[in-house]
Design a protein around this ligand. Structure first.
Ligand SMILES: Nc1ncnc2c1ncn2[C@@H]1O[C@H](COP(=O)(O)OP(=O)(O)O)[C@@H](O)[C@H]1O
Ligand SMILES: [Mg+2]
Length: 354
């Protein structure tokens, strides 16, 4: 794990929801800061108390995490989709008039916050900016909750399909749209129409036209940003970490993530089984038998039965992880992970030699 932090400039924490992605991302940040790195952790929807610990509860700027004293420095930020989108458009639009028109547009307001792909787009765009800013040695990205790795990795492409100039052209009454792949077009239409559900009648057409004439100029930049961000994700200096947990359903989802990432060529460098409980050292059969005998003679059959059942439960669970090679387990901590000391404790588990 130490080498992983040492040798990469971007670490992407993936996995299905509720497995401890955000917490792990923050703890990896602590470990990297201890190793002397200037590190930024980009979180998505952190639990309130974690956000408070990181100093980002009331700010969408990247901040230096308070109360730290490490060899390096730990920074944290959240992905605020609506705001990142707005800044992106401010930066790329050709005129202030375009910006004003877009911001006032009902479809834009819908898109910036709810359109499928926009949170992923803004995550990647922010990751790209942070990683290429020169301000940090390492950027650790937490990803939005998703059931499949593909949801995150392909979402920007869906957004591309919506913004594709060819589609825009069709709606603008130009004729260049016919060569477009039918599936991308259908996909794009579905998203656009979904986002437009809230509009009716003539305001529909006006809003639609206005939106696309404003976005037309920015669409190529959006595609370019997506391409650059994807190149960054595929770079040798980027590592993926998969977080899963100690239950059959999450492990199955984890295996699917694992296969999707590998198939798409991303470097999955580590699998973390979080909240693995309990952490028993492997017993030999002789030790197991001795424990059984001791329990039976000291306390009768009930405790011995309980011991036997727990042992077989644990080995069945441990047997679920055999598909992953580079795997580490993190125990269920005694308390919820609140405050910097708790994150530091988790960091010591993840990277003992940091
Ligand atoms: N190893 C652990 N031991 C105890 N609690 C944990 C552990 N990992 C995560 N948690 C707790 O689980 C909850 C969900 O974690 P979070 O990182 O927000 O998950 P995710 O980002 O995957 O949805 C948080 O309250 C966090 O403190
Ligand atoms: Mg999370």
């Amino acid at each position: 794990m130490r080498a992983l932090l040492e040798n990469h400039r971007v670490i992407v924490c993936t996995g299905s929801g509720g497995v401890g992605k955000t917490t792990t991302a923050a703890a990896l940040g602590v470990a990297a800061a201890r190793m002397g790195k200037r590190v930024l952790v980009l979180t998505i929807d952190p639990a309130r108390r974690l956000a408070t610990t990181l100093g980002i509860a009331n700010s969408s700027d990247d901040v230096r995490v308070p109360k730290q004293s490490y060899a390096g420095e730990l920074y944290a930020g959240t992905i605020d989709s609506a705001r990142i989108f707005a800044e992106y458009i401010q930066r790329h639009a050709k005129s202030q008039e375009t910006v004003d028109r877009l911001f006032a547009n009902a479809l834009y307001q819908q898109m910036a916050t709810t359109l499928s792909g926009s949170q992923e787009f803004t995550s990647l765009s922010k990751l790209y900016d942070a990683a290429t800013s020169g301000d940090y040695d390492l950027v650790i990205l937490d990803t939005p909750p998703a059931a499949h790795a593909a949801d995150f990795l392909h979402a920007p492409a869906k957004l591309n399909a919506v913004f594709d100039s060819a589609i825009v052209s069709m709606f603008m009454g130009r004729s260049s749209g016919f060569g477009l792949a039918a599936s991308a077009w259908k996909q794009g239409m579905k998203l656009v129409l979904g986002a437009l559900n809230f509009l009716t009648g003539s305001s529909f057409v006006a809003t639609f036209n206005d939106f696309f004439s404003a976005i037309d100029a920015i669409a190529p930049d959006i595609r370019e940003t997506n391409l650059a961000a994807h190149e960054l994700l595929l770079a040798r200096s980027t590592a993926f970490v998969l977080i899963t947990s100690f239950d059959a359903a999450k492990i199955q989802e984890g295996e699917a993530f694992h296969d999707e990432l590998a198939a798409a060529g991303y470097q999955l460098k580590k699998v973390i089984v979080n909240r693995a409980w309990p952490q028993w050292t492997p017993f030999t059969e002789a030790e197991q038998n001795a424990a059984q005998r001791a329990l039976k003679s000291a306390s009768g059959p009930e405790l011995a039965t309980l011991h036997a059942r727990l042992s077989s439960y644990y080995s069945a669970r441990a047997g679920l992880h055999t598909r992953f090679d580079d795997l580490m387990t993190v125990p269920e901590m005694d308390d919820d992970i609140v405050g910097l000391p708790a994150l530091e404790q988790l960091a010591s588990r993840l990277v003992p030699d940091a």
